[in-house]
Ligand binder design. Sequence first.
Ligand code: FES
Length: 182
Amino acid sequence: MTTTDGTISRRGLIVKLGVLLNSAAALAFAIPIVRYLFEAFSRPDAKGYLSWISLGPTSQFPEGETRLATYRNPYVTPTDGRTADLPCWVRHIQAEQFQVFAINCAHLGCPVRWFAQSGLFMCPCHGGVYYRDGSRAAGPPERGLFTYDCKVEGGNLLIHAGELPTPGSPAAAVSQRKPLCA
Ligand code: FES
């Protein structure tokens, strides 16, 4: 590659340039992959994933009623903006007994609406219907609404919000048999 007088031949220069460009391209591909793999460990808010989030004082939720509440997803990045504000349905059964439902239909995830007059949750997409306790009433969903773990502490209603209840998540597995929040 180097000529007898110590200068680099054209072929040698092209080979070195090729190696340099290939290394730069490999690095450009590798950086996002490595960042993705280690992101879970490096995020400062990673532990917020399973933290308890307050939905506010229990007095906001009158006994016997179901109301919409919103919380900020603890597993959030600066670019998430308002998409990290998540709605859920809160049912105040009595005293300190609550149920907190994911807003998404258990069929394909459309947001369900609460109709107090009929005491039913209804899904606008394919006609899924749920009773006031979240159990399935009619339509294509194969199960009831997903529920959050919740508890009352210091007069506030708290939910285990980082892990969204979805099919296959540990929260979904226990939500079918767990007791009401108290
Ligand atoms: S998404 Fe609700 S019934 Fe299909």
